[in-house]
Design a protein around this ligand. Sequence first.
Ligand code: GDP
Ligand code: MG
Length: 734
Amino acid sequence: MTAEFRIALAGNPNSGKTTLFNALTGSRQHVGNYPGVTVEKKEGVYRLEHTKINIVDLPGTYSLTAYSEEEVVARDFLIFEKPQVIVNIIDAANLERNLYLTTQFFELGIPVVIALNMIDAARDRGIEIKEDRLAEYLGVPVVPIIARTGFGTQKLMEETVRQAAKKKEWNPKPISYGEDIDSTLLDLEEKITSGNFLTDTYPGRWVAIKYLENDQQIIDRGRKENAVLSAVLEKEVEAVARHLRETMETYPEAMVADHRYGYIKGILQRGVISHKYDKDRLYTSDRIDKVLTNRFLGPLFMGLVLFALYTFTFNYSELPVAWLESLFGQLALMADHLLPDGQLKSLVVSGIIDGVGGVLGFVPLIMFMFFGIAILEDTGYLARVAFMLDRIFRIFGLNGSSVMAYILSGGIAGGCAVPGVMATRTLRSPKERMATLLTAPFMNCGAKLPVLALFIGAFFSENKAQYMFFFTILSWTVALVLAKLLRVTVLKGESTPFVLELPPYRFPTLKGLFIHTWEKTWQYIKKAGTVILGISIIIWAMMTYPGLPAKDKENFTQQRQEVEVAYPAMIVAGSNMTISQEEAAERSRLLAAIDRAESGMALRHSVAGRIGIALESVSFLAGFDWRTNIALIGGVAAKEVILSTLGTAYSLGGDNQEESGSLAKTLGADPGWNPVKALSVLLFISYYAPCFVTVICISREAGSWKWGAFSMIFNTVFAFLLATLVFQIGSLFC
Ligand code: GDP
Ligand code: MG
């Protein structure tokens, strides 16, 4: 039996390509030119037992961009001639620079075998490379060779034949290029694949990357294929380019290159390479990393940074939050005076102002948090956090790329599970990916953050930052433990090695920080003004209708009349009937009490009220009263709704409320609330069913609505058990 394969030999100039090619093919080689260009094309044959291997020596290049003729020839050959395997020859003494080309083969998805050449020269310079680790992290075979002596070349060819025989489909490996570019890429790729744009020839994501890199050859081909779609893509690239220029003072090609090097750094940092002699040349970023990702100093520094972030956010945002709260209080008072009594007033004051105002009041807090996170992100520190946490994550059956998904979901506080769930696309193993996307919603997203802040402010106000820190650590712990649980049960399977990008440190620009902060804050405000407003109104209606039966209404009217008779309001001229100041006060106190009793009863009678009361028969176990139940149900639509609904519930039917104040004050003063109940509610809110949008996103990413349903049920049951446990035990002591 004979087999025949075609492979390409590729590598940087001076990596030893010609030496290897000659060693392999001896005299059986053919030298010509690539069609149409003057670049030399060498072809030869290597025989391994019954296998014939046709080898093409590609021109030496550092990259596969379209900057030089050699680069274009190399990549056109790969795309149009489709060799079964690339043997990527790498100079072991210049691993980092040589691997840059490798990342681009990965992006194409073509099967690669790495020939780690010149290990003799590297050893002489004190460089030792652990090829098994390198192979593990890169996910491709690595064979050490010395081309000049022929050492390892036979093994290299055996491995190459083994890979070629697998006849693998091209499988592009996505590398992350940072949030801005990644989201654009996803978008472009979607348009490219759905428009079947050049996809007969190239992988969709690759075309998207080339558009981003402003690759003239591909753009020309694109314009010829579909000028309209090409223009759309170009426009989108322009937009992200402008954005990068404004926020980071950089451009897409530079970002892409940075992250490719970051990917390589991420690998080399993992004990792949050891220098026997101390290297004199360490770049600044590497030097900083020596300290900041140090096994002992790194985590310590990370803890300090996070704690500083919480202190900054919670202590400095206190005042502006209070200002906004009083502003909305004033607004409610004004509306109360201006509008005639009735449904409209109730809608405006209780539904809109108390509801949406409760959410908007936290804008300063959100803004401070986002500003802090923007600093961590723009400097490149966030990538180091993920890098350091990788070791811990692997214990729990996850993978370092899960860290980024957690952080995007609000792992530090104030993200969103939707991009978090989407970010799991970079995870290679489907089981790790599922475990990550199912647990990412446990993080404290930007919508839960104000809810946490409210309860912490009302019941644990002495140590806000410490509590917030505690809740954050707890969320990670819960997510990791549950991920482990999933990984040993429904999602059982091996862990895969992974690579995280370590892009170089940058000085953030003030302008960039402000833009990033504002973008995210604006999203929060926009959501409050649209989605949350709509849901608030619906929930207000559910809490208002059908209203009290006529009989009860009459009853209250009668009570009011009795008070008015007992304490006549006006001093009737010429008569002796006057009321003292105390009597006047008593009168208004009684009237207000009747008002509250009436609206309280109406709320109990409303659709939402009845649902909330019905649920009390179970929820009492965790200490939730019916008003809280209403808010929690609303929270499934969007977590901000918990705040707005509590605001509305307490302003509609606050039967213990003496004077109107902020919701935090109201809850803090309510005898129905205590720290144990608050803690139980907080835990439930942290971990119960994700909001609708997230559930939809989970279903889509997991490929089945069953996983969406699973996350709703699993999370709610878990959260309820946890809340019940805490409430029952806590109640024993308090
Ligand atoms: P190309 O530009 O990639 O074709 O590289 P060449 O094959 O021309 O090799 C560049 C230089 O590296 C030459 O001087 C080779 O002799 C040398 N070289 C190639 N392979 C090895 C090796 O395994 N060990 C050592 N020490 N030198 C090598
Ligand atoms: Mg050569």
